[in-house]
Structure formats: structure tokens, C-alpha cells
Design a protein around this ligand. Structure first.
Ligand code: GLU
Length: 425
């Protein structure tokens, strides 16, 4: 039974790193990247796997698997989140770490890419168990992490709470105070204002930039947002604040549709009052999760899970624009169909780069010991996102390709420069 489950998981995630390689190969060919450099990008620099025995509340011990993959440190210390989920495995972490390298390069950040994770179900664990697990993971990774070495952040299943625990454990091992070793911390511990909403804000800025290229007025545009967590809820709110009619929202518990637009503020209130879930919301009619993806709207924002836009779904998508809030929501097979249908896709490594951009600002503020206002953070964020959007758009046009491949080329040029300038011995 166990073997069977593990095999299925490995197969599924093999294809996730394959999805990275598929795009990398296309971009390398179009751009003309040498095979030597492409080979460096195909191979993560370092992969660390640890076993974490934890004392559970019931007095029994359980062993958890923890991962951290450093894909690249060519352009600076590696950066990337830590996810807690039941399907975390080598391949998933590897794929996500490579995307961080490209994401940071696209966003013009002086960082390489990494990703970490623990295979666990955080929804079924107590606060105490999660704290012990996070601290055990940090102690095990104490030589991997470092302010100028490898800087974690939140991802699926983690938030500022886990980052505060991580900081505490790291500080204790290294006997000092190192706020810059982790980003996405609570503001009271050196976190940055604007960090919580940053990924959703980046999705909003990227959406407006794309609509302007498409000569569409945001006030006449409808949208569907999949995911109502840290990315989706802020994205839905900020899109609606820009005058976009958000007709569909959904999370892992329920999906809703309202042709006239959903009152996002009331959905946010509902979620806050009902344990963080949308199930039971009454401001719209309930639909199926897949119906959100194929809904009759102008803009689709997948901001939940990977691999949701498959070949089959892609055929039925009616949106003209897809803005990827999640990491890897579209399969390579679906890319081809979306391209054929002339649907513009603002790819994950550009669209959700707002989070790591404000992580960078947090790290800068920690190093500086001087903190900015939310307005200042947002202003710098918006300018950075718009700049990244323009370079991806221009590379897409120059190489007569999609924005996704344009984004890979944008990143590739920077990493190629770094590898050549530093030299290989
Ligand atoms: N986990 C987020 C991402 O996938 C943020 C990473 C970071 O801020 O380092 O982009």
C-alpha cells in the first residue's frame, strides 16, 4: 500500500520537474543558449533531505521528511519558500527551486533560487506539533540557511507564524539575532509592511499591465480567481478595487459564481469568521471547481494548486487572459493549446513574483535596520513588477514567442551572464 502511494506521488512529481525542463528546452532553443549552460540550469546545485522525529501530542513519536533544494546561487544567495503539504517530495521541491531561480532573475533581484518543504498535513496538526516540527527542520537545516546564503519564506501551508519559529530556532543555534535569515516574518519581528498582500498585489499589477497591452478597460472586464488563500484572496480584492468584476472565487472547500460580481469584502469577512474557509458563503451560487476554470470571463487567475490547467481544461477555457498566481498551474501540454487559442498567459515566474520582490525589500530593510512605510513598499513593488512585465513582454515579442518562453529567456540571459562572468573551473 505504502509503496504504491509513493510510486504514484513520485511519478506525478517527476512530471513537475519535467514541466520545468520542457519549457527550459524550448526557451534555450529559441534563444540559442549553449548546451553547457543549459546543463547547469537543468541540475540543481544542492539537494538536502532530512528525517525529523517529532514528539506528537499523544505521546507517540512520528518521523517526518524535510527537504531543501538550492537550485542556483549564481546571481546571489538562494531564495524561496517552504511548503507544508502531504505531497511534498524531491521532484516537487526541485521544480519549485528552479522556478525560484527564474522568478528572481525575471524580477531583477540579486538572488538565486531554492525551495523547501516538509511532507505533513498541517491542517491535522496542533500548533505545538507544528512549532516542534518547524524548529526541528530549522535545526537540521541550520548550516543550509543563512542571511547571505539561503533565505527561506512562507509558501503553501506556512505563514508568518512558522517564519517566527524558524527565526527563533536559527537564532538559538547561531547565538545571535539574524532577522534577515528569513522573510515573510510578522511585522513585529522585522517583517515588511505590504509583504502579506504582495503576491496578490503583483498579480493585480501584472493583470493591469496585460490588459493595457490588450487595450481592454479594467472597468469592463470580468475575472475568475481560483484560490482564496494568501495569494487569491488579496488578488481578488485588489482586482475588484481596480474596477474589475470578479464573478467567480473558490478555495479547497467550495467555489462560487455571481454574474454581477461577488462582493469580495463580504467573502473576506465570511472567511475570517468561519475558520478560513469559503464553504457556506451565501453571496453567490455554488459551482464545481472546474467550472471556475472554464467560466465565461475575460481573465482567469489560477492562484491555488499546480497542474490545474490541463490539456482538457485548456480546450474549454474562455478567458482571453490567464494570470498565474500559483506556481506551475499550467501543464506544458496545455501551453500549446492556449498558444493556439491566442490566450495570453502571464506566467507564474513573472505573475507571482510580487511576493519574493517584497521578501527582498524585507531583507534589505533587515540589513539596513531601517523600515519603510507601506506606501513606499507598494510603490517600489509596483515599479519593479511593471519593469519585469515590460522585459518579459519585449523578449516575447523579440523572439516571437509566448510570454512564458519570453520570461524564461529574460531569466536565462541574466543567469547566462552570471555563469560566464564568474567562470567555470
Ligand atoms: N513562496 C513564495 C514564492 O513561491 C515566496 C518566496 C520568497 O519570498 O522567498 O514565490
Amino acid at each position: 500500500m505504502t509503496t504504491k502511494t509513493n510510486t504514484a506521488t513520485a511519478e506525478q512529481h517527476d512530471s513537475m520537474f519535467d514541466a520545468v525542463l520542457a519549457r527550459l528546452d524550448v526557451a534555450a532553443k529559441i534563444y540559442g543558449l549553449s548546451n553547457e549552460i543549459a546543463n547547469i540550469l537543468r541540475s540543481p546545485q544542492k539537494q538536502v533531505k532530512v528525517s525529523l522525529p517529532i514528539m506528537m501530542d499523544n505521546g507517540k513519536q512520528e518521523v517526518f521528511e524535510g527537504f531543501r533544494t538550492i537550485h542556483s546561487t549564481i546571481l546571489g544567495p538562494s531564495k524561496g519558500g517552504i511548503r507544508y503539504a502531504t505531497d511534498v517530495c524531491d521532484d516537487e521541491v526541485k521544480a519549485l527551486s528552479a522556478w525560484m531561480t527564474f522568478k528572481c532573475a525575471v524580477a531583477n533581484l540579486p538572488y538565486g533560487g531554492a525551495k523547501g518543504g516538509i511532507k505533513c498535513d498541517p491542517r491535522k496538526m496542533s500548533v505545538g506539533e507544528l512549532e516542534r516540527l518547524t524548529k526541528a527542520y530549522t535545526v537540521a537545516m541550520a548550516d543550509v540557511f543563512g542571511v547571505d546564503k539561503d533565505i527561506p519564506a512562507p509558501d503553501m501551508g506556512t505563514s508568518g507564524r512558522e517564519m517566527a519559529w524558524l527565526l527563533d530556532a536559527f537564532n538559538k543555534v547561531h547565538r545571535g539575532d539574524f532577522p534577515g535569515v528569513v522573510t515573510g516574518k510578522p511585522v513585529g519581528l522585522g517583517g515588511s509592511l505590504g509583504r502579506d498582500a504582495a503576491t496578490g498585489r503583483g498579480v493585480m499589477v501584472a493583470t493591469l499591465a496585460a490588459l493595457s497591452k490588450m487595450k481592454l478597460d479594467p472597468k469592463k472586464v470580468t475575472a475568475a480567481v481560483q484560490g482564496f488563500g494568501n495569494v487569491g484572496s488579496h488578488a481578488a480584492r485588489l482586482l475588484s478595487e481596480q474596477g474589475i468584476t470578479v464573478c467567480a472565487i473558490g478555495d479547497h472547500t467550495a467555489t462560487f459564481w455571481n454574474e454581477k460580481g461577488i462582493d469580495i469584502q463580504s467573502a473576506l469577512r465570511y472567511v475570517k469568521e468561519n475558520g478560513g474557509i469559503l464553504k457556506g458563503f451565501t453571496g453567490a451560487v455554488e459551482i464545481k471547481n472546474t467550472e471556475l476554470l472554464t467560466a465565461n470571463v475575460d481573465v482567469l487567475v489560477p492562484a491555488a494548486l499546480q497542474n490545474v490547467i490541463t490539456e482538457e481544461i485548456a480546450h474549454s477555457i474562455k478567458a482571453k487572459l490567464i494570470v498565474e498566481g500559483a506556481n506551475g498551474p499550467t501543464t506544458p501540454e496545455a501551453d500549446a493549446i492556449l498558444q493556439e487559442k491566442k490566450i495570453i498567459v502571464v506566467p507564474d515566474i513573472l505573475a507571482n513574483g510580487g511576493g519574493v520582490t517584497v521578501s527582498y525589500f524585507e531583507w534589505v530593510q533587515n540589513k539596513y535596520g531601517y523600515y519603510w512605510t507601506e506606501e513606499e513598499v507598494n510603490k517600489k513593488h509596483d515599479a519593479s513588477m511593471n519593469l519585469a512585465f515590460e522585459s518579459v513582454w519585449n523578449n516575447g515579442q523579440q523572439y516571437k514567442t509566448t510570454m512564458r518562453i519570453g520570461a524564461y529567456i529574460t531569466a536565462m540571459k541574466k543567469v547566462e551572464f552570471g555563469i560566464k562572468a564568474k567562470g567555470v573551473y
